[in-house]
Design a binder for this molecule. Structure first.
Ligand code: HEC
Length: 228
């Protein structure tokens, strides 16, 4: 083969490889921004866990059920119902905020998203609906005291309550109030589930909390899982 042909062939191979790698990487977790900007919302940290725990459930929008052809467990899945920069033009916002009970998502009798969760998703769309994540500065993760109200409740509300609250008490574990969370903590299941160490069923089912969040849960449990 002539040199020029070999070069051409090599170029074609390189281009194909790039296309394949790009296609596979589309939903890869992006490299974290460090530290987190407190005024910004980050898709992977803030939005995706809410969508997964409220929408990507069995019978709804998990990969097996895919109602309406929608699998809402990844950035590309969620972007099918999002118009970057326009919350009002985004189907996602329409269905979570509608006053029509027949169009509302998640459908009744599921618990609707909280106003805070709706506002957060809206803000993310206004900010351009980017696929970003960030790492909390080590200071906030290394803290030795963990409070139930300010550290544990937000983690559980974002990542767990969609499947463990309201009308969905999966596995008979209710994580929508202190009593339920405390009881899961006391049985050892709360930490084992989020640590995904094999001693309990891994939770959340299709993802894993950040190392920092797992550490906060461990600190709180080890400290007697107080209502502080
Ligand atoms: C998409 C739905 C979903 C989400 C989100 C979810 N869970 Fe679960 N969880 C389940 C289901 C379903 C079961 C019951 C599994 C079974 O029995 O096979 C379960 C079971 C559990 C159990 C019992 C485990 C055991 O070994 O008995 C614990 C503890 C638990 N979940 C904690 C959590 C925590 C903490 C979070 C958030 C960090 C969470 N779950 C998020 C669906 C979910």
């Amino acid at each position: 083969m002539k040199n020029s042909k070999i070069i051409l062939l090599n170029s074609v191979i390189v281009v194909c490889a790039i296309v394949v790698i790009y296609a596979c990487n589309k939903d890869k977790t992006p490299t974290p921004v460090l530290p987190c900007d407190p005024n910004k919302t980050y898709f992977q940290r803030d939005v995706l866990p809410i969508v997964i725990s409220n929408c990507a459930k069995s019978g709804c929008h998990d990969a097996a059920s895919a109602k309406e052809g929608l699998v809402l467990n990844s950035y590309s899945g969620v972007m099918k119902i999002v118009k970057a920069g326009s919350p009002s033009g985004s189907e996602l916002i329409k269905v979570i905020t509608t006053t029509s009970s027949k169009d509302l998502m998640p459908p009744l009798p599921n618990t609707p998203l909280t106003q805070q969760q709706k506002d957060l998703i809206s803000k993310w769309i206004s900010e351009g609906a980017l696929n970003q994540t960030c790492l909390a500065d080590t200071g906030s993760c290394a803290s030795t005291t963990v409070s139930f109200a300010s550290n544990i409740t937000p983690i559980i509300n974002t990542n767990c309550v969609g499947c463990h609250g309201g009308t969905n008490i999966s596995g008979n574990i209710n994580l929508s109030n202190y009593a339920g969370i405390q009881s899961a903590a006391a049985s050892g299941k709360l930490y084992n589930a989020v640590a995904q160490n094999g001693a309990a069923i891994s939770m959340p089912p299709s993802s894993k909390l950040s190392a920092c969040d797992i550490k906060k849960i461990k600190t709180w449990v080890d400290d007697g899982s107080k209502n502080n």
